[in-house]
Write a protein that binds this ligand. Structure first.
Ligand code: SF4
Length: 658
């Protein structure tokens, strides 16, 4: 493989040479291949040159249709080859990383039109892989064990053979099990309570094999924000344990949909505690020859853990629109936490003695010590409720305590943004009122470059917006069902219905299932199948209707399959513990937390409609608050693309050409 796509001159600045080549690509090579190159794209290319030359962070705000992905890929690939370290492209979620490498995706386009061989590999999150241990348990215990027996029967032969693996063989990826719904998948997929370090199947596990594979990429490793943050937070601990970091040394990072990075950073820094897992880790110690004092303490701490989780259940309450239960920091609960921590501290002391006696397996001992250390740290911060947000999740096998820090900026600043490395934030929505200071401050970025370019699309002629007056009252659910029906008929399907929460989507689903007029429509629901299969089936079945609650961002379906985006309700954040904590910190919670969150998501949601210059269609908002609440109305108007006027009834819409 030729190292660079241009003749490299070592005596000249490398980045300057890349920039010259990128100019050739956009002025000559791509137009000659029939590509429509936009001025905004060329402008962005010159801006990125500064970030790569100075190894700086840059906020690249570029409207929908700018073609920003092609620009950052060119720089990232060349720079990876120059430094001999891959670039990381971090996308907002797992479905987006698939979109980048699909046959008609941007990586394949560049390879085809520029004659490049691009080594792009996916670094998927662990929960995208089958866990052999969970599969083993589910195929015996679960009601639908036939389903899991079939998965077991189809595992590659080497999984159950003793011989060493000769070459990489990918398997166990969520995509291979597209027919499983999310609930079925959760019974066999990796979760954070699996202890891969001590698992005897790890050398044959699809997750471990894929990790070895993507680490060797020469050009690009494409992963999710969550996975990148997991890499950052676990970097030191993995090195201490003698493991390789999740991602290899890299030359640059692109955060696509970069406005979502802070949420991913918080998510990756959360601690999750569960009684069953704690019990199984502690009982490992009882299998060795240990002194009676330690054995008694272990029994005691398991009992205390049981009590603690009972109290958590007692002192937490459900929140509508969220699966996160709010915890009341009751005195009884705090007392139980302190008692639990005290017993753990005594165990820690005893383990120091025990390790001197060499009666316990050293490896097991280290794992237990690390877990205790993590629990002590997590519960320590749980007690300082002003520093953290915590909640309870109810799962089929018991409840889980989740503890998340309120602010991550100090850590991000130290571990990510203090490095001298080109870091690109790419999104259509990064600035707040024209300034990037808000996002920079939240992420701990002290100095940065930035630019904004508008979308090249003619929204006034391509997009119609309707907020139907007569049928959008929140209390009038039947009215919304009727409005949605008329809109779906206007485009003969080809629609995306966006809901603010899974709960709202399920309510709609129940109603549509018994509504005779919806009977003949081809509805697809998020969660029924693996997400990238769901998206590609929506794209290929032009008249189908996709109902989703997480696809406000990133979904890229140009052409006739998506001519109608129906926003069921404005995407305000739920009243869950995370947003309650943000509201508590704000002087004007509605203006500082709820409204900006809703407007950003709304902009993203509306952005799903026009994905090419030939697209046209409708955005409909079925939420009466646009009519009844002055601030909401004026703010929603502000985020509509320039020159788009909204209509007040479906009858006012111009005919849609399907
Ligand atoms: S290595 Fe981890 S994911 Fe794989 S089988 Fe073992 S515990 Fe499960």
């Amino acid at each position: 493989m030729q190292r660079y796509p241009f003749a490299y001159e070592p005596k000249q600045s490398f980045v300057q040479q890349v920039s010259d080549w990128v100019a050739d690509v956009f002025y000559e090579i791509l137009p000659e291949s029939g590509f429509e190159v936009r001025d905004e794209q060329i402008y962005m290319a010159f801006q990125l040159e500064r970030a790569y030359a100075d190894k700086q962070t840059i906020f690249a705000e570029a409207g929908v249709g700018t073609g920003k992905t092609l620009v950052y890929l060119l720089y990232a690939i060349c720079y990876a080859r120059y430094t001999r370290k891959p670039a990381i492209i971090a996308c907002a979620d797992e479905s987006l990383i698939e979109q980048l490498v699909k046959p008609e995706g941007d990586v394949a386009k560049l390879a085809r039109h520029l004659g490049l061989t691009i080594d792009a590999r996916l670094g998927k999150s662990p929960d995208q892989y089958l866990c052999l241990n969970k599969l083993e348990a589910s195929r015996i215990q679960e009601d639908d064990s036939d389903l899991f027996q079939d998965i077991y029967a189809e595992l590659p032969g080497f999984v159950n053979l003793p011989e060493a693996l000769q070459s990489f063989y990918p398997y166990g990826d969520r995509r291979q099990y597209a027919h499983l719904n999310d609930e079925q998948w959760s019974k066999v997929s990796w979760d954070s309570f699996q202890d891969c370090l001590v698992c005897d199947k790890r050398h044959r596990c699809g997750q471990t094999l894929s990790r070895d594979h993507y680490r060797k990429s020469a050009d690009l490793i494409i992963c999710s924000h969550d996975f990148y943050m997991e890499h950052v937070w676990t970097y030191e601990a993995r090195k201490r344990e003698g493991q390789l970091p999740l991602l290899p040394e890299h030359s640059s990072v692109v955060f696509d949909e970069g406005h979502l990075l802070e949420a991913a950073a918080q998510k990756a820094l959360t601690y999750k505690l569960k009684h069953d897992v704690f019990e199984s880790i502690m009982t490992r110690l009882l299998q060795g020859e240990i002194r009676e004092k330690l054995a008694v303490l272990i029994e005691e701490v398991i009992e205390q853990s049981d009590l603690l989780f009972l109290l958590l259940e007692r002192h937490s309450r459900s929140v509508p629109g969220s699966n996160r239960k709010e915890i009341h920091h009751h005195e009884e609960l705090l007392h139980a936490v302190l008692r639990f921590k005290a017993i753990l501290a005594s165990i820690e002391e005893e383990l120091v003695f025990e390790s001197g006696l060499h009666t316990l397996d050293e490896y097991q001992l280290r794992i237990v010590e690390e877990h205790i250390e993590m629990i002590q740290l997590a519960l320590g911060i749980f007690m300082q409720s002003s520093q953290v947000v915590s909640w309870v999740l109810e799962e089929a096998d018991g409840i889980m305590l989740v503890i998340m820090p309120r602010k991550v900026k100090e850590l991000l600043s130290e571990r990510v943004f203090s490095q001298r490395m080109p870091i690109v934030f790419s999104s259509a929505t990064l600035a707040v009122h024209g300034s990037f200071d808000y996002i920079a401050d939240n992420l701990g970025i002290l100095s940065y470059l930035s630019f904004s370019v508008a979308s090249p699309y003619d929204y006034a002629n391509q997009m119609q917006v309707v907020v139907p007056h007569q049928a959008s009252a929140d209390h009038d659910f039947a009215g919304k069902m009727d409005a949605a029906l008329r809109l779906l008929r206007a485009t003969e399907g080809s629609a995306l219905l966006l809901f603010p929460s899974r709960e709202e989507m399920l309510r709609f689903r129940q109603a549509a299932a018994i509504h005779p007029a919806y009977a003949g429509m081809r509805m697809e629901y998020e969660g029924d199948r693996e997400i990238s299969h769901l998206i590609s089936s929506f794209q290929n079945d032009v008249q189908s209707i996709l109902c989703a609650y997480t696809l406000w961002e990133g979904l890229d379906v140009p052409g006739p399959a998506l001519m109608n985006v129906i926003i069921w309700s404005l995407p305000f954040p739920p009243n869950d513990p995370v947003f309650s904590a943000m509201r508590q910190d704000a002087e004007h919670p509605f203006e500082q937390v709820d409204l900006p969150y809703m407007l950003l998501r709304l902009r993203q949601g509306m952005g799903r409609l026009i994905r090419s210059k030939d697209d046209s269609g409708i955005v409909a908002i079925l939420d009466s608050r646009v009519h009844t609440h002055d601030t909401i109305r004026s703010k929603v108007k502000e985020v509509l693309p320039a020159d788009v006027v909204w209509k007040q009834s479906i009858e006012e819409l111009d005919p849609i050409v399907t």
